[in-house]
Design a protein around this ligand. Structure first.
Ligand code: PD2
Ligand code: ZN
Length: 287
């Protein structure tokens, strides 16, 4: 015999919302429901459905854009793996934060891959540098960002290998990734705190979003270890990630909004150079 269907009435939904507003944890609400005769599966479904609606309403009331799916390298069921298989390479998990979602990986790139990336990118930076010296602008301006260049996605065998590895690591289609960006910071250079998503209030944003939608995640890979300085900072949570050759920091943002707490920057390089490769992940296919 199939179990009697228990109806999820408007009154029940109202009661669940009142519990949430009063700060009662969902687990405690579930226990109360079970104690008053609700089947566990029905109670969980009612709770999930009602609370999702409640949170969405609250977000709308705060004028937040709706959340979108984001990549997440860690298993949804929890548990902290010491390593993750990323296609052709085993990667260490060094730190994971929930809100904002920040994960630091060790050994994402080999030393040889870092060196090759710097070599390939450096040739193109050198070209833009000649133009700079022509105009006499040879000094590094600390307020300006580093020198940079973009690879096309899949432009060479190294990019292809790294992109496939990243896709496997974060569980996101390679096609949703922008081409790798390589940045070089010289002493004094920094990247002032910013958000990587495109500001919905900017007039140019709708045009930018035609190519694959919003950015939803960032992976900054360190191609060398600067002598002093150059950490990646997250001022909202007072976190600073040390730039170590081959390591990487991942973070995601399900809303293009400061509530994502993904404000981040590159602290000034005090001694030596800093090289990074950044992979930005879009909601959809980036063409
Ligand atoms: O180089 C960094 O640490 C850094 C900091 C902030 C890189 C980026 N943003 C970026 O590439 O978006
Ligand atoms: Zn950034």
């Amino acid at each position: 015999m199939s179990p009697v269907q228990q109806p999820i009435t408007a009154e029940l939904r109202q009661w669940i919302v009142e519990q949430a507003q009063a700060g009662v944890q969902p687990e405690a609400v579930l226990e109360s429901m079970k104690a008053s005769g609700w089947q566990e599966e029905v109670a969980i479904a009612a709770l999930e459905d009602t609370l999702r609606g409640f949170l969405d309403d609250r977000a709308r009331a705060n004028l937040l854009p709706p959340p979108v799916p984001v990549p997440d390298p860690l298993p949804p069921e929890g548990g902290m793996p010491a390593t993750l298989m990323a296609g052709d390479r085993e990667v260490r998990v060094l730190l994971a934060m929930r809100n904002p979602r920040v994960i630091v990986f060790g050994g994402l790139l080999s030393d040889a891959e870092c060196d090759e990336m710097i070599d390939l990118a450096g040739r193109r930076l050198a070209r833009s540098e000649t133009v700079q010296t022509d105009t006499g602008a040879s000094e590094v301006n600390a307020a300006r960002t580093s020198d940079g260049m973009f690879f096309e996605r899949g432009e060479n065998a190294l990019c292809q290998r790294i992109e496939a590895r990243i896709g496997a690591l974060v569980g996101w289609p390679v096609e949703n990734g922008e081409g790798l960006q390589v940045l070089r910071y010289r002493p004094g250079a920094e990247y002032k705190p910013h958000y990587d998503y495109f500001d919905p209030a900017q007039p140019g944003t709708p045009t930018i979003l035609k190519r694959g939608g919003q950015r939803v995640g960032t992976l900054v890979m360190y191609l060398n270890s600067p002598k002093v300085g150059g950490g990646t900072t997250f001022p909202d949570v007072q976190l600073e990630v040390a730039p170590v050759k081959g390591h990487a920091v991942f973070f995601s943002y399900d809303r293009a909004h400061p509530s994502s707490r993904t404000l981040h920057g590159g602290a000034p390089v005090l001694e030596g150079e800093k090289w990074v490769a950044t992979k930005w992940l879009r909601e959809g296919v980036f063409r």
